[in-house]
Design a protein around this ligand. Structure first.
Ligand SMILES: NC(=O)c1ccc[n+]([C@@H]2O[C@H](COP(=O)([O-])OP(=O)(O)OC[C@H]3O[C@@H](n4cnc5c(N)ncnc54)[C@H](OP(=O)(O)O)[C@@H]3O)[C@@H](O)[C@H]2O)c1
Length: 292
């Protein structure tokens, strides 16, 4: 049985959270749209995560939409004092499930209020501004206008801390001139290493880096190198992928997503897996990096 009580911690805004957290996106229906197939199973995953010591849950009101936040509220409210629920804003969903940019003042303000209502909170612990300049990956461009709106909502007391998501390092630098940025949430995993330099830069400044798609996202990572290393260590490939991230940098916080209690247990147990140096070197091959 897995328990993450002993695993490392890191500062996220005003709190210290376990480095192994949970991403709630997989709890909505297919395509992150509509209700889950099995509502009780979704509630059970959330309750089990917190029972096993998870105190960092990542979500958004555009998952479902609204449904994931409502599940979190039903499963966990009133929340434990140490639980950090991190949400993100700046998109809305079309009737067909499409992801539509929603970065105007009115839309961002509405999104903060939607998150507060659906999560049953008076103040949101961390809100990530998710850049929608690019839907599938970061695209350069100013984030000043929407971030200034979010900073105003913070001054009104609706938001404690601010993070950025789907951003370039130029946008992170721009954001840090506007307000304090406590975390960056970008696409990163063993095979997707565009943010290597950014992670090291943020680590130097004590800012959390929270990779989304840590297991590869909708199509989990598949690699013979990963499978070989996992077999040698008596672990699963997904555990090795998570353990690699934990060793990659001390400011990396994990939010693997799953709709299954069995996968949740497996993922949390990755906190106990220590990768030896030779495995770290070998795993560089997954991203095509020459580790010689
Ligand atoms: N900021 C952004 O733009 C953004 C974008 C995407 C995601 N996110 C956040 O990041 C979190 C993590 O991303 P994600 O959930 O999309 O991707 P992920 O954590 O990389 O992978 C989730 C996928 O892996 C499967 N999985 C999980 N554990 C497994 C295991 N032990 N063995 C085999 N398969 C396993 C899940 O299926 P099962 O349900 O069957 O386990 C699901 O298909 C999300 O929950 C969300 O909070 C943020």
């Amino acid at each position: 049985m897995s328990n993450i009580e002993q695993s490392d911690s890191f500062t996220l805004g005003g709190r210290t959270v376990k480095r192994l957290g949970y991403g709630a996106m997989q709890l909505a229906g297919p395509g992150v749209f509509g209700p889950p197939k099995d509502r009780d199973a979704a509630l059970a995953v959330l309750r089990e995560a917190v029972a096993r010591g998870v105190n960092h849950i990542d979500t958004s009101d555009f998952y479902g939409p609204h449904i994931t936040n409502q599940l979190i509220r039903e499963a966990l409210h009133p929340y434990q004092d140490d639980l950090a629920i991190v949400t993100k804003i700046s998109a809305r969903r079309g009737d067909d499930g499409s992801w539509i940019p929603a970065m105007s003042r009115e839309e961002l303000t509405q999104a903060v209020h939607d998150n507060l209502r659906n999560l049953g909170l008076d103040v949101l612990e961390v809100v990530n501004l998710r850049s929608m300049l690019g839907i599938h990956g970061p695209v350069e461009g100013s984030i000043e206008e929407p971030l200034t709106v979010l900073a105003e909502l913070q001054r009104q007391g609706l938001v404690r801390h601010i993070g950025l998501s789907n951003v370039t390092s130029t946008q992170v630098a721009q954001g840090r001139r506007i307000c304090e940025i406590v975390c960056v949430q970008n696409h990163y995993n063993l095979a997707h290493r565009e943010d290597d330099a950014l992670i090291d830069e943020l680590a130097r400044d004590g800012i959390a880096y929270v990779p989304f798609f840590p297991l590869g996202g909708f199509t989990p990572l598949q690699s013979s190198t990963l499978s070989d290393v996992a077999a040698r260590l008596g672990a699963t490939p997904m555990q090795v992928a998570l353990a690699w991230l934990l060793r990659r940098a001390p400011n990396i916080l994990l939010i693997p997503g799953t709709s299954s209690v069995a996968h949740l247990h497996e993922n949390l147990a990755a906190g106990k897996l220590v990768l030896p140096d030779d495995a770290m070197k070998e795993l560089e091959q997954v991203a095509g990096i020459n580790a010689a």
